[in-house]
Design a protein around this ligand. Structure first.
Ligand code: GDP
Ligand code: MG
Length: 441
């Protein structure tokens, strides 16, 4: 997809005159590529219309980089499709919330339920899993296995065949046990059928979820819109999770799912393992969809806001892929000041959505400051090492004592470091673009 789109834009820019025809040819080419990537036809057509409205070639004075303007317009339009204009229900730590998962069989509900629970558990929540899938033999065993591995309490039954009853009992039990995130897994069918939707309605009535998450396999193709819409029509879907993004699918179906449910994508699944689960971030996703690479927006931003003389050093560090605690410390400083480099880093997927979630800026700042206090108790050797084994228990204890924090805070900070190091490592071997190359797709 990325190839076809960049080729289309390249072709257009090679044209001596960028006129209506050159733009149309380019847009038609892009339309084809997006359709092949499972973006719904109507969405693509609307997008085409919008771009034509925005990019008014006659109004563009000579000297404007038309190619760049068109490229930016395409990027913005796709981002807009992924933004339903409202955020989903956000659970509050310590306050009981019920979250119900729906989706067809095989879409990844049971796997994703556990990933979701595990994600919050790592942040100190008390999640619990309820298996309201009595349709598929083995469903309870699967959930039980996952939950046991992650040490998350679960509820289900081999005997009871009524999912409504299980949902009701499970939610009630875990509310009594003061769990703050009660997750209800449900059954699916191979096809969208009336019995499934009726069951979802009933389970929803019994469990009274604060949030219903629609889980969709990224490889289902053009069926995405209808499937998402069918679920939305039967229950109050409030968020979407796209699974199997590690596969071949480009994930264009995500755009359809958002359009059909008018709900945001909140996470993506990137593998079968518990921690292969990422907070969804619109811009890197669209970059990937357009084949621009996750980092192209980031590179543009570097060029835009980092002083010229500081660019080489930063890019060099990035391309080495060696993320030390000292680099993390420096970037935290930048983030807090939100100086130029802080702005740049806030665009990195790991730094923005995870560290500074919208609406939680104050807490995020406090957290970052806490991390920095602990890093102040580290030795130079610790700060400059990229060997994760170096940080043994006695070092952690020493740092905890030095900073006057419990050791679990040090562990949390090191977890954060590992997570960011993973994001950073994707930049390794990054081709450092020469000036003028950055804005090309
Ligand atoms: P359910 O029927 O909706 O509950 O789906 P399951 O959770 O049982 O998942 C169906 C299959 O998809 C299982 O083999 C999972 O391991 C696999 N799966 C789920 N999520 C992902 C993912 O993000 N990436 C990959 N590669 N496989 C996944
Ligand atoms: Mg299941």
């Amino acid at each position: 997809l990325g190839g076809s789109i960049s080729r289309a834009i390249q072709q257009m820019s090679n044209a001596t005159i960028i006129d209506e025809k050159a733009l149309n040819d380019c847009l038609n080419e892009i339309t084809r590529a997006l359709l092949q990537s499972d973006v719904q036809f109507k969405l693509v057509r609307d997008m085409q219309t919008n771009i034509k409205k925005i990019v008014n070639l006659d109004d563009l004075a000579a000297g404007h980089n038309k190619r760049r303007i068109i490229q930016q317009a395409i990027f913005n339009e796709l981002c807009k499709i992924l933004d339903p204009g409202k955020s989903s229900f956000i659970p509050k730590k310590g306050k009981p919330s019920v979250v119900m998962f729906v989706g067809l069989q095989g879409s990844g509900k049971t796997t994703t339920c556990t990933k979701y629970a595990y994600y919050y558990q790592k942040k100190g929540w008390k999640p619990a899993l309820v298996c309201a899938d009595t349709f598929r033999a083995g469903a309870f065993d699967q959930l039980k296995q996952n939950a046991t591995k992650a040490k998350i309490p679960f509820y289900g039954s081999y005997m009871e065949s009524d999912p409504v009853k299980i949902a009701e009992e499970g939610v009630e039990r875990f509310k009594k046990e003061n769990c703050d995130l009660i997750i209800v897994d449900t059954s699916g069918r191979h096809k969208q059928e009336a019995a499934l939707f009726e069951e979802m309605r009933q389970v929803s009535e019994a469990a009274k979820p604060d949030l219903i998450i629609f889980v969709m396999d990224s490889s289902i193709g053009q069926a995405a819109f209808d499937q998402a819409q069918a679920f939305k029509q039967s229950v109050a879907v409030g968020a979407v999770i796209i699974t199997k993004m590690d596969g071949h699918a480009k994930g264009g179906g995500a755009l359809s799912a958002v359009a059909a449910t008018k709900s945001p994508v909140i996470f993506i699944g990137t593998g079968e393992h518990m921690d292969e689960f990422e907070v969804f971030d619109v811009k890197p996703f669209v970059s990937r969809l357009l084949g621009m690479g996750d980092w192209s927006g980031f590179m543009d931003k570097i060029q835009e806001v980092v002083p010229m003389d500081q660019q080489p050093e930063l890019l060099q560090k990035l391309s080495e892929g060696n993320f030390t605690l000292r680099i993390m410390y420096e970037q935290f400083q930048n983030l807090l000041k939100m100086g130029p480099i802080g702005q740049v880093f806030s665009m990195l997927p790991g730094f923005s959505a995870e560290l500074m979630p919208k609406g939680h800026e104050k807490e995020s700042q406090a957290k970052i400051k806490r991390y920095m206090t602990m890093m102040d108790s580290m030795t130079n050797e610790e700060l400059d090492s990229s060997n994760p084994k170096l940080m043994n228990e006695s070092r952690m204890m020493r740092i905890a004592r030095g900073a006057g924090r419990p050791i679990r805070d040090v562990m949390e900070m090191l977890e954060e470091y590992k997570r960011l190091a993973k994001v950073w490592s994707k930049m390794k071997g990054l081709k450092i673009p020469k000036k003028g190359e950055m804005s090309s797709l």
